[in-house]
Design a protein around this ligand. Structure first.
Ligand code: HEM
Ligand SMILES: *[C@@H]1O[C@H](CO)[C@@H](O)[C@H](O)[C@H]1NC(C)=O
Ligand SMILES: *[C@@H]1O[C@H](CO)[C@@H](O)[C@H](O)[C@H]1NC(C)=O
Length: 181
């Protein structure tokens, strides 16, 4: 014979299990922070680094200052891919010199001005840039921490509608601190 205590315990356990299970199923999916990425943004080299397919599911790389979302090319740029060196980095020098050795990607936050490239390397780089422009979306600009600070300060002083244009609202332009370019 099964004891009443045993039936009680089993019923209770089943009840707890099902209420938990139902709550779990109903709980709405919380969006991962990375799904709320801005469509367009300024990135310093250190900020770009996490978009390497490892620290983040997304992969970005920069070419001549433009940041490309190469997530779709994960088999090339993802962990274990042949061009993983470029993931989360400025790939300009490597593409110009046809090298994906570690030493072609800048590590610091300073910009690689590429001024030492010869004509052939510059031309190779431009061809790659054309290729990336056709294949991948641009999601931002690579900037120095100083440029980013200045931009954020200017934006705070004069909010812009469209960050990718970076042009302050018409009525506040004269009072904008810096108007470089
Ligand atoms: C060692 C000799 C190499 C071989 C055998 C090789 C092979 C390939 C192959 C088969 C593709 C795919 C092409 C396609 O999808 O139609 C490719 C794409 C590519 N390769 Fe190489 N490659 C080599 C060297 C390099 C070097 C030195 C670089 C530059 C540092 C480079 C950069 C790229 C890039 C950026 C892509 C485009 C990937 C994309 O579609 O996003 N490759 N390569
Ligand atoms: C980058 O591309 C991936 C895959 O296409 C997409 O899910 C993600 O939202 C994109 N990120 C940005 C910032 O555009
Ligand atoms: C913002 O500016 C970019 C670059 O000029 C343009 O391509 C884009 O269409 C603009 N977006 C909006 C919402 O105006």
């Amino acid at each position: 014979m099964v004891s009443p205590q045993f039936v009680f315990i089993v019923t209770l356990a089943a009840y707890i299990f099902f209420t938990r299970w139902r709550r779990m199923k109903q709980k709405p999916l919380e969006p991962a922070p990375e799904l709320e990425q801005p469509k367009w943004s300024l990135y310093t080299a250190s900020e770009l680094k996490r978009f390497n397919g490892k620290s983040s599911p997304f992969i970005f790389l920069a070419i001549k200052g433009d940041v490309y979302n190469v997530t779709e090319g994960g088999k090339f740029y993802g962990p274990g891919g042949p061009y993983y060196t470029f993931a989360g980095h400025d790939a300009s020098r490597g593409l110009a010199k046809s090298s994906f050795e570690e030493d072609v990607v800048p590590e610091g936050d300073e910009m690689d001005d590429l001024s030492d490239l010869n004509e052939e390397e510059k031309s190779t780089l431009n061809d790659w840039k054309t290729f990336f422009d056709q294949k991948y979306p641009v999601v931002g600009r690579l900037v120095t921490p100083t440029e980013k600070e200045q931009h954020l300060a200017a934006e705070k002083a004069a909010p812009v509608e469209n960050i990718s244009e970076g042009i302050p609202a018409a009525d506040s332009r004269s009072s904008t601190p810096s108007e470089k370019n």
